[in-house]
Write a protein that binds this ligand. Structure first.
Ligand SMILES: C[S@@+](CC[C@H](N)C(=O)[O-])C[C@H]1O[C@@H](n2cnc3c(N)ncnc32)[C@H](O)[C@@H]1O
Length: 445
């Protein structure tokens, strides 16, 4: 049986090869592993930690190894990254254990010839006081931030240019560390306060957040799906930014609403609750297996107004009647949720460059479904003006029948001075939620 460290190293190698999602990669390996819950928690902490700090760890390796990183065996790279992560960021692991376990792992993974090199690099690093090879901030500010915050240079340049140096550093800081866990009470069944009380009985830390009605922050949850309150459909897991997005669309009972890019369905469910589960809410997604996720979630929550359907949001379907409100939560770079999915920062900028046009095509098509007097909401979990403000600006200039619609009052309270207008970028530092962008537009005629 693999140890927790071996499983982590294998998961990291898989990520490098397949460029797949971190949670899917780890969950698959853990489910076949037979590890104890304590070992599983250790493997998860090490795996996500290494993914998050990889650029810092690689800078340390590059400053100490003669062989360039790309020429090392993947196993050796993974073992060194794990060993250094334990030395730098895991207080619970004694230094001697971090080194000895790394050496043992090299042997166990068939890299016995590299065991001496692993040993020497890690011991040398400890002996010298574990220094980070930070470039001089005055001479190479981007290089400094890159090593200090384990972030790629292109991202630092993008955020510096888009949001200014101070905001950029704040964003880099908040891209590290575990995000808070938020839930949305199924307000068709109970209030956030009543749900908090139910969860307390099950030993879960839960606090209703009155500034975002229906929202709670959870702590010490363990496996959410195992909770009776979850099985009974009393809540779904949803970040505050996504809850606010549904509130910005502000649907009313009895209306016709389309959620065009809806899976796995979090915003659809909140919309249905805001509509008191009365009306005509259709949630589309382009992938059949994802449509099933929306159906399953709506069933668990007992939301009868939700209809999930297969649909391509970029292609006009003339059979669809026009709607009162349309949500366009488009596929995006995810630069606002790096702390949840650290692999996003290892994408190459070229991989993201096609997104604004894809998003614009969806937004343009979505406009066809909005009634005169109806509302169109465009949103992303991206922190990138090309995917956000620039698409909205272009849309307004090419669609004179649409005009900016002010965001609801709750936004003024939460983001004073920033949300009077129709659009808002939410930064993780604002209220602890995911980075997010939303814009509300009204069809005048
Ligand atoms: C940002 S996610 C949506 C998250 C969702 N709104 C929620 O709150 O749970 C974008 C979704 O759009 C879907 N998608 C991508 N291209 C699409 C298209 N052309 N038409 C419809 N859905 C699409 C993806 O499968 C993905 O599920």
């Amino acid at each position: 049986m693999d140890t927790a460290r071996m499983l982590t190293a294998k998961a990291l190698i898989k990520m490098e090869r397949a460029k797949s999602y971190s949670n899917l990669t780890l969950d698959r390996l853990l489910s076949q592993s037979g590890l104890s819950s304590q070992d599983r928690a250790f493997a998860a902490a090490l795996f996500y930690g290494v993914l998050e700090r990889m650029l810092t760890l690689d800078a340390v390796i590059a400053s100490r190894a003669k062989t360039p990183l790309p020429q090392m065996r993947p196993e050796v790279r993974a073992i060194l990254r794990c060993g250094l992560y334990q030395l730098l960021y895991m207080d619970t692991v004694p230094e001697s254990a971090a080194v000895n376990e790394s050496v043992a792992l090299a042997k166990a993974m068939g890299q016995g010839r590299a065991a001496g090199f692993v040993n020497a690099l890690l011991r040398g690093f400890i002996r010298e006081g574990k220094p980070l090879p930070l470039p001089d901030r005055g001479k190479d500010p981007v290089g400094y931030l890159s090593v200090a915050y384990a972030s790629p240079r292109w991202l630092i340049k993008l955020w510096n240019k888009s949001y200014g140096e101070d905001k950029c550093e704040g964003l880099l800081r908040s891209s590290l560390g575990r995000p808070p866990l938020y839930a949305r009470a199924n307000t068709q069944k109970l209030t956030a306060e009543a749900l908090a009380a139910r969860l307390h009985e099950a030993g879960v830390g839960a606090r209703a957040l009155p500034h975002v009605p229906g929202a709670l922050q959870l702590e010490g949850v363990g496996e959410v799906r195992e909770l009776d309150a979850f099985k009974e459909g009393l809540f779904h897991i949803q970040d505050l930014s996504s809850q606010l997005c549904a509130m910005a669309l502000a649907p009313k009972p009895g209306e016709r609403v389309y959620d065009l890019c809806a899976a796995p369905g979090g915003k659809t469910f909140t919309l249905a609750q805001l509509m008191e589960d009365a009306g005509n809410l259709t949630a589309f997604d382009i992938h059949p297996h994802k449509v099933a996720l929306i159906e399953d979630g709506a069933k668990r929550l007992g939301l009868r107004s939700v209809r999930a359907a297969l649909g391509d949001a970029s292609v006009y379907d003339e059979a669809l009647p026009q709607a009162d409100r349309v949500l366009c939560d488009v596929p995006c770079s995810g630069l606002g949720i790096i702390r949840r999915k650290p692999e996003i920062k290892y994408k190459r900028p070229e991989e993201l460059s096609a997104l604004p046009d894809i998003q614009y095509k969806i937004l343009q098509n979505a406009a066809n479904y909005v009634k005169a007097g109806g509302i169109l909401l465009y949103s992303t979990c991206a922190l990138s003006p090309a995917e956000n403000e620039e698409n909205v600006r272009r849309f307004l200039s090419e669609h004179p029948d649409f005009s900016p619609q002010a965001l609801p009052e709750v936004f003024d309270r939460l983001f004073p001075g920033r949300a009077q207008a129709h659009q808002l970028t939410i930064f993780p530092e604002d209220i602890g939620s995911d980075g997010f962008f939303l814009a509300t537009l009204r069809k005048e005629r």
